[in-house]
Design a binder for this molecule. Sequence first.
Ligand SMILES: Cc1cc2nc3c(=O)[nH]c(=O)nc-3n(C[C@H](O)[C@H](O)[C@H](O)COP(=O)(O)OP(=O)(O)OC[C@H]3O[C@@H](n4cnc5c(N)ncnc54)[C@H](O)[C@@H]3O)c2cc1C
Length: 217
Amino acid sequence: MKQHARVVIIGGGVLGAGLLYFLTKEGWNDIVLVEKGELTSGSTWHAAGLIPHFIGGLSMAKLHREGPALYKTLEAETGQATGWHGCGAIRLALTDAEVDWFHYVKGILDTVGSECHLISPDEIRKLHPLLVVDDVKMGFFTPNDGHTDPASATNAMAAGARMGGAEIYRHTRVTGTRLLDSGEWEVVTDKGSIVCQHVVNAAGSFAKQVGEWVGLD
Ligand SMILES: Cc1cc2nc3c(=O)[nH]c(=O)nc-3n(C[C@H](O)[C@H](O)[C@H](O)COP(=O)(O)OP(=O)(O)OC[C@H]3O[C@@H](n4cnc5c(N)ncnc54)[C@H](O)[C@@H]3O)c2cc1C
């Protein structure tokens, strides 16, 4: 295990592995990820893997826009399949309030350049003949939605990060972090310590516990 690194990421879920991967793309390779179990042993393992575009916030809409493009190309880059399956999706509005919400979300997706269409019940039936649309007012069609296997996608990003020079320590539990007089951080694990410039808390549902080590509530 390294004793010094520029960044230590705590947690090997989709978030930690994704950050590790994208940091290597930015040219950062003196970086490590520490995971107490196997990669994806947290929430990521439980996820359904739906990759939708429909979302009411601008920042998240940009993130959602990037997912399908990434999951389609990662396998060619890393040799690790992501389980991507593009199938598109239709959401159904049954009330006027939901129709208003669809118009609002369309504005956001149009702003970030994610393809979406407000469609009539007749158009819904053409796309999905088995649906009963008698009480449906409008459909929100996102043709580029899909689903992926979260464990495979995470491992593909981990593989890409390793190819970019990052290191991953599995079965290694972080037990504390300490700010040193030098301004660096000491990340203490059950297998030794790593001194680094930046610590990333990607511990998922354990993030509160990790935050408490530096006084965050
Ligand atoms: C049933 C279910 C269905 C879902 N479906 C979807 C979906 O369809 N689409 C979607 O986008 N999202 C879905 N989600 C949400 C998604 O799973 C989470 O948002 C995502 O997995 C969070 O990833 P993470 O990396 O932040 O956390 P996690 O995957 O929980 O990773 C945190 C990691 O940190 C490690 N860790 C914690 N403490 C330490 C420590 N002290 N030292 C070392 N390692 C540590 C843990 O072992 C864990 O592996 C779903 C979630 C659930 C539960």
